[in-house]
Each structure stands twice: as structure tokens, then as C-alpha cells.
Write a protein that binds this ligand. Structure first.
Ligand code: PLP
Length: 342
């Protein structure tokens, strides 16, 4: 039962079946384009997202930076959400490596509204960095794991197109969004020019992301992946985990959402202020006094329930394939006991 690790859906460990698939993977040198397992994974990722091609990379961060480097030139500007992962948690890579100016748009509702796109798309003028790209995020991590429907994204994407922008989707958890809305991931992929999907979050692989787009885009992205040190050799060993994840772990994502819903409702019934959003997935955020949030993670960790504060007075819990329904219920009980004993 313990520990119950709710820090993130990145903490999962590969199952025996996944490890076996990795051990038995057929491999080749992927920089020479000779790894059959990587090819199969890229083909599967492209077909799931409705794109022509895909590129295997080591992480979501690498997928996003390679997308930005491929879409933008030095000195371009990209519209990103003020609360987005790309802006807040990727080391400023777009500025450091790409010389790209981030324009932080209001995405506090979980989406950059079309008016924000208009606000940043100013007419061509020597004073302004040319805006060439809009980056969206779905599910939206800092906005409670909110899942946007393809229709909700469409209005913003349409406005971006009217302004002549390309659109990249940070779809680290777009499989969760698709599961929450009961749609295929291609409903999102076909809206945008490129989409980055993570294999090492809800899908439970130990490593890996895919950057999907047109064949021409992916070929250019391949050059950038090499430049940032992401050209891998016998990568089939790790790509096999991604293929295994698509087959075995994709169909079960809704269980994580149900466990998160249970956790959230038990905490709320116990008197904690749980944040609500229109389409929750595998995350639960709740508010407690700052004085309590400072010590709560440590006190719960001592009882085997692990999580982090997302900010002062705000706690995040994430469910995943290594958290059962019973563990979700046990975690809620321990958190309630610790909150109300402080
Ligand atoms: C929304 C989002 N995008 C991108 C990433 C980056 O993924 P990675 O940790 O594989 O670099 C994360 C990681 O948590 C994320 O939550």
C-alpha cells in the first residue's frame, strides 16, 4: 500500500512486461535511421495524432524546444501561456537556445483566448519582434490538469491562423485530454502544426516523447534534435517501452481520472477547499493555509504519502498507474488527518 507517490505521473516504474519488451527490442543505430523499433514507435505516434510523421526524443522538454527551434528563427517572438510549462519549467530554453522572445499571454482560464492572440499580433513594424508561433498546452498542468476539448481549442487556433501564426501544442498529457473528452488524439493533432506527446507521464514509460507534424517539419526537426544532443543510437531499447505503453497503458487512463475524482471528493467532503475545473483529469489541486502547506508534505511523507506544494498554500496530487483506488482513498484519509491535526 505504501508509499503512495502522488508527486507526479512521471514517477511510475516500468512493469515486468514493459521491461521484457525493452530487453527483447530489435535495435539499430537511430542516427543512421536504422532502428526498426524507433520506426514503429514513430509511425504509431504519427498515426495516433493524425500527423504525417513523428520524431522520437528523450523528453517533453526536448520535444518542445526542438519544435520551437524548428518553427521559429532567432529574433522571432512566440506567444506562450503565462502559466504554461514551456514558459515556467523548461529553463527558458526558447530564449537561451533559440533567441526566441516569449510573449506571455493570459491563460489563467486554462486556454489562451483569441483576444490574447490578437493583442500580441501587432502589424509589421521595426519596433516589434515578428510573432510567428502560438504555443498551447493540453491538459493544462498549472490550471488543475484541465482538459480542453478540440472545439474549445479551435477558436484560438483559428485566430492564430488569421494572424498568420503556426501553432504548436504541448500535449505532454493530451492523451488524458482525449480520454476525458472521449475523442481520439488525432482530433487535437489535426488542429495544430505540431504536437509533442509524452510517453513518460500517464502512459508509464520510463523515458521518451514524440514530436509529430508534417514529414517536412519532422525532417527539419531531426536536424535540431541532433544539434541539441538528442540523436540516439540503439534507442529501440527505450522506444520499446513507448510501444508497450501505447498498447497496454493508453486504454486505462480513465482509471487515473476516476481515482483523482475520488481523492478530490473525499478531501472536499472532509472539509478541504479542493479546486474544481470544467474537465478534470488525473490531478487534484487544493488550498490550505500557507502555514499548513509549509509542513504538510513532510508530515504526510513520514506516513508514506508523497506530494509537493505547487506554491504557497496550494498542493498538487497526481494519480497514475502505480496508484490504486484503495491507495487514493488511503491518501485522502492521511491528508485529512494531518491537515486537521495541525
Ligand atoms: C505540460 C508539460 N509539458 C512538458 C513537460 C516536460 O516533460 P519532461 O519532464 O519529459 O521534459 C511537462 C513535465 O512535467 C509538462 O507537465
Amino acid at each position: 500500500m505504501f508509499p503512495i507517490d502522488l508527486k507526479s505521473d512521471t514517477v511510475t516504474r516500468p512493469s515486468q512486461g514493459m521491461r521484457k519488451a525493452m530487453a527483447e527490442a530489435e535495435v539499430g543505430d537511430d542516427v543512421y535511421h536504422e532502428d526498426p523499433t524507433v520506426h514503429r514507435l514513430e509511425e504509431k505516434g504519427a498515426s495516433l495524432t493524425g500527423k504525417e510523421a513523428a520524431l522520437y526524443l528523450t523528453s517533453g522538454t526536448m520535444g518542445n524546444i526542438v519544435a520551437l527551434l524548428t518553427h521559429c528563427c532567432r529574433g522571432d517572438a512566440a506567444i506562450v501561456g503565462a502559466d504554461s510549462h514551456i514558459l515556467n519549467y523548461e529553463g527558458g530554453g526558447l530564449a537561451a537556445l533559440g533567441g526566441i522572445l516569449p510573449l506571455a499571454a493570459d491563460d489563467s482560464s486554462g486556454i489562451i483566448p483569441p483576444e490574447e492572440v490578437v493583442r500580441f499580433c501587432r502589424p509589421s513594424n521595426v519596433h516589434f519582434a515578428p510573432v510567428t508561433l502560438l504555443c498551447m498546452e493540453n491538459t493544462h498542468n498549472r490550471c488543475g490538469g484541465l482538459a480542453l476539448s478540440p472545439e474549445e481549442m479551435e477558436e484560438t487556433v483559428d485566430q492564430a491562423r488569421k494572424c498568420g501564426l503556426l501553432v504548436h501544442l504541448d500535449g505532454a498529457r493530451v492523451f488524458n485530454a482525449a480520454a476525458a473528452w472521449d475523442v481520439g488524439v488525432d482530433a487535437y493533432g489535426t488542429l495544430v502544426d505540431s504536437v509533442q506527446i509524452c510517453l513518460s507521464k500517464g502512459l508509464g514509460a520510463p523515458v521518451g516523447s514524440l514530436l509529430c507534424g508534417t514529414r517536412e517539419f519532422v525532417e527539419r526537426a531531426r536536424f535540431w534534435r541532433k544539434k541539441v544532443g538528442g540523436g540516439l543510437r540503439q534507442a529501440g531499447i527505450i522506444a520499446a517501452a513507448g510501444l508497450y505503453a501505447f498498447e497496454h497503458n493508453l486504454p486505462r487512463l480513465k482509471e487515473d481520472h476516476e481515482n483523482a475524482a475520488l481523492l478530490g471528493s473525499l478531501l472536499a467532503e472532509g472539509g478541504i477547499e479542493v479546486e474544481r475545473n470544467a474537465k478534470p483529469t488525473n490531478m487534484v489541486y487544493f488550498r490550505i493555509p500557507v502555514s499548513v502547506s509549509e509542513t504538510l508534505p513532510r508530515r504526510c511523507a513520514a506516513r508514506g504519502v508523497l506530494f509537493n506544494a505547487a506554491g504557497p498554500g496550494r498542493i498538487r496530487l497526481v494519480t497514475h498507474l502505480d496508484v490504486s483506488r484503495e491507495q487514493a482513498a488511503a491518501a485522502a484519509r492521511i491528508i485529512l488527518e494531518e491537515v486537521f491535526s495541525s
